[in-house]
Ligand binder design. Structure first.
Ligand code: 5GP
Length: 183
């Protein structure tokens, strides 16, 4: 099958070594904050957080359990009540500390829904670690306990994030710039 001509390019925004340094800092902070916890479950939200999750968890020295959760939203964009569970976690979170690891918080609806769900299931505590925070796009407030970088409203890809399932394997985060004239 012929490869489609790309109608966009990716402008680098956050370099791989910058990401690695920030992941180190976040892991050190999480190690300190959960030093007394004997029940931490780190939950990666698939698929976008996959590289961030694996890099972060490998840098932790505290004992952790890991699990994965996947959502999808109906239609385009995310609004209240539209978040659907595609893959649930295997572990019980009852009485345990939960740290959710997400790629990006945009409107906030996805994360608000997941955080509320784990609280409802009886987690002892639920906190959020997000690589990217698109703060200006927020529609519902979600506290980000551990935030990698604050960015603008541009659509970004790389380091796990996709555009139509492409670019997840880029080692850096970049902004998608559309070049319709070239299509
Ligand atoms: P929210 O519910 O906060 O609006 O949306 C969160 C989800 O939307 C993220 O987990 C991600 O899948 C997707 N998303 C939001 N902004 C971007 C972006 O700039 N790039 C990519 N690749 N996905 C995004």
């Amino acid at each position: 099958m012929a490869e489609e001509k790309p109608n966009h390019r990716v402008r680098p925004l956050i370099a791989a070594d910058e990401i690695a340094r920030r992941v180190d800092e976040l892991a050190a902070q999480i190690d300190r904050d959960y030093a007394a916890s004997e029940s931490l479950v780190v939950i990666g939200v698939l698929k976008g957080s996959v590289f961030f999750f694996t890099d972060l968890v490998r840098r932790l020295s505290i004992p952790v359990r890991i699990d994965f959760f996947q959502t999808s939203s109906y239609g385009t964009g995310t609004t209240a009540g539209e978040v659907r569970i595609k893959r649930d976690i295997d572990l019980s979170v009852r009485g345990r500390d939960v740290l959710l690891v997400e790629d990006i918080v945009d409107t906030g609806w996805t994360l608000k829904t997941i955080l509320d769900l784990f609280r409802f299931r009886g987690a002892a505590s639920v906190k959020l670690c997000a690589l990217l925070d698109k703060h200006e796009a927020r529609e519902v407030e979600v506290p980000i306990a551990y935030c990698g970088f604050r960015i603008g409203k541009d659509f970004v890809v790389g380091y796990g994030l996709d555009y139509d399932e492409r670019h997840r394997n880029l080692p850096y985060v970049g902004v998608v710039e559309f070049t319709e004239d070239e299509a």
